[in-house]
Design a protein around this ligand. Structure first.
Ligand code: ZN
Length: 106
């Protein structure tokens, strides 16, 4: 067995992601959080339909972009985006290697 990196705790709000910088207000963050939570809930349901989830996640991503979501864990700061991976919603950036955080519903 090799060494394993400790996985960070999933974040229930974008406001709790240490590497994420946002230029928006709390109400908008709450709205994006709600879209993420809805997506996570849908993914957790047996027999969920992809077409149901993708537009919601796309809307969350559009709002994240509008809020100038950036990862500042490395320089220069990188755009941050949401992606579905299996049953999880991941916040990640374009740094190499990418910084990631598993998002969870509230
Ligand atoms: Zn990054």
């Amino acid at each position: 067995m090799g060494e394993t990196e400790a996985m960070p705790e999933p974040a229930s709000s974008l406001a709790d992601v240490p590497f994420l910088r946002l230029s928006t207000d709390r109400a908008t963050i709450n709205e994006i959080d709600a879209l993420i939570a809805f997506t996570v809930k849908q993914l957790g349901r047996a027999g969920f339909a992809d077409p149901e989830v993708e537009p919601i996640l796309a809307r969350a991503n559009a709002m994240l972009t509008a809020a100038a979501g950036r990862c500042d864990e490395d320089l220069p700061p990188s755009d941050a985006y949401l992606v579905r991976r299996g049953g999880q919603v991941i916040l990640r950036c374009y740094h190499n290697p990418a910084h990631e955080m598993v998002m969870q519903g509230r």
